[in-house]
Write a protein that binds this ligand. Structure first.
Ligand code: ZN
Length: 504
């Protein structure tokens, strides 16, 4: 009885084509679209979202899933091609079919317009300009959660989280985030009070943007981002958009006095991009050809950005490249200077520019605010004040304006509620994976110092990329690292690196 399964996969691939077309238009919106095209683009994306939704939720797909689930040969092994595809298709179908098409189109249209309003509000640091859009978006998200419905002890925020991190719950995250926050606060406090901060003049050198661009493109190529199957462009908020392993778009950004941001953003998005490029191409357009969760996706970006890009061995390799690209302004810096500058810890305002130690505190603040918004404990109008108070509390800093406060991230304008915690889950998984890779590839750091990154990329391919959604995030973690997700590897990594850098 393979015929219904083949018909199901054909329909799913058709629906995926629509989604990937919308993905390219969304990429274009962030990289190329002239201002005058914003409204029209919103209508294009809303139309595609609506068509895609209709295809994903057609009664025929529902019937085919049910028929296939009745065939033991297809479902008896949960990790077979059909077993995994059917698990994911059922989950997706059950969520989507409960959403009225009008709501899907309304969300898509609001996303485009709200994102545009956010860009303008952020440029002027004017939360009031964005407030009505955020109010509308929170309301739409509450409607979305209510339509999908609550399973067991789920609350509205959990229902949204489920779209990114299947199986996770706010209360479980709190169980990890609370002790993590404590341990990180302790470490950061010790570094700042008792340590000697490394010099960071290298990070502040003014370097021509055209040369920065050449430089980060070379690094992306060296670590394995394949430009024959992808592109690197510029965007205000760097992201990765993958529609097929043969066409993966990543974006980065440049500031004259912040080459570290350009490098970090590029390595981060290249990490996402290599995951997309490493997906099993035969399964493109089906769940098996897609990431299993956003936390897993983020583990790939953070691993390259932090565990590779902030390692001593990486800078031993990168140092001569930096010297040859930028010349005189960087001539006085050694590889060790660059490594130490890459590991400065400073509580600061902007999440995407945060160091490895304070980064998770930024995430925890957003998680708490989202939860409060969705629970109705705070109003949208309270967000700037609550944000600033939480930054005072968690990071000990006074937020000077909303552009450097609650307007800094694009996510809420796109309706991405439940998304932020996946960043910290990604950090935890990255640390566990990297520790495992170090054990299995004993000369890993020597390889980095010689510019050899292929063994690590191939190891990640075997551990993570090639499996797509065959395993759930929890299963993948246990399988790849031998342990469930926890905070120990991340804390070992941070303590082991940062204390020596700070002379402790
Ligand atoms: Zn990312």
């Amino acid at each position: 009885m393979t015929q219904p399964y083949d018909e199901l996969l054909d329909s799913v691939r058709e629906a995926s084509l629509i989604g990937s077309t919308a993905g390219i238009l969304a990429w274009d919106q962030e990289t190329m679209l002239p201002r005058g095209g914003v409204e029209w683009r919103a209508r294009q994306l809303a139309q595609l979202a609506s068509i895609g939704h209709e295809m994903w939720t057609s009664p025929r797909i529902g019937d085919l899933i049910t028929i296939c689930e009745g065939d033991p040969a297809l479902v008896e092994s949960p990790h077979s091609d059909s077993g995994a595809n059917l698990r994911e298709l059922r989950r997706n179908y059950d969520r989507q079919v409960k959403l009225p098409q009008s709501l899907v189109a309304e969300i898509a249209k609001t996303q485009s317009l709200a994102q545009h309003a956010w860009t303008e509000a952020r440029a002027k640091s004017d939360f009031q300009q964005f407030r009505p859009w955020l109010e509308k978006m929170v309301e739409l998200m509450q409607q979305k959660a209510a339509c999908i419905g609550f399973e067991g002890d789920q609350e509205a925020w959990d229902v949204l989280l489920e779209g990114f991190e299947p199986g996770a719950r706010a209360t479980q995250l709190q169980d990890i985030f609370t002790p993590l926050r404590e341990r990180l606060t302790e470490l950061i406090g010790d570094l700042l009070e008792n340590g000697t901060p490394p010099a960071e003049d290298f990070n502040r050198e003014r370097l021509p943007i055209a040369v920065q661009e050449e430089y980060v493109r070379e690094v992306a190529k060296a670590i394995g981002f394949d430009s024959h199957r992808g592109r690197i462009d510029r965007a205000t908020h760097p992201f990765c958009s993958g529609s097929h392993p043969g066409d993966v778009r990543i974006t980065t950004r440049f500031h004259e006095d912040n080459v570290v941001d350009a490098l970090g953003s590029t390595m981060h998005e290249a990490g996402h991009g290599m995951y997309e490029q490493g997906m099993p191409v035969d399964h493109a357009g089906t769940p098996l050809g897609q990431a299993t969760s956003l936390g897993v996706h983020e583990s790939q970006s953070r691993l390259w950005e932090n565990h590779v890009g902030r390692s001593r061995a990486f800078w031993q390799w990168c140092h001569p490249l930096v010297q040859s690209k930028f010349g005189a302004p960087v001539a006085g810096y050694s590889a060790e200077d660059m490594y130490r500058a890459a590991n400065v810890v400073r509580p600061d305002f902007i999440r995407v520019e945060a160091d490895e130690a304070t980064y998770n505190l930024h995430v925890i603040v957003r998680f708490e605010i989202e939860l409060a918004l969705l629970r109705g404990d705070i109003a949208v109008a309270d967000v700037p004040a609550v944000w600033n108070e939480k930054y005072r509390d968690a990071l000990g800093i006074e937020v000077p304006d909303d552009a450097r406060g609650c307007l800094q991230d694009v996510h809420w304008s796109c309706g991405l509620f439940g998304y932020f915690p996946t960043y910290t889950l990604g950090n935890l998984f990255a640390a566990q994976l990297f520790e495992k890779a170090e054990g299995e590839l004993p000369d890993l750091h020597d390889q980095f110092s010689r510019g050899e990154f292929t063994p690590l990329r191939e190891w990640l391919g075997r551990a993570v990329h090639e499996h797509g959604s065959r395993y759930t995030a929890d299963e993948l973690c246990e399988r790849a690292t031998g342990e469930p997700l926890g905070m120990d590897a991340l804390l070992r990594h941070l303590e082991g690196k940062l204390r020596p850098v700070y002379g402790l």
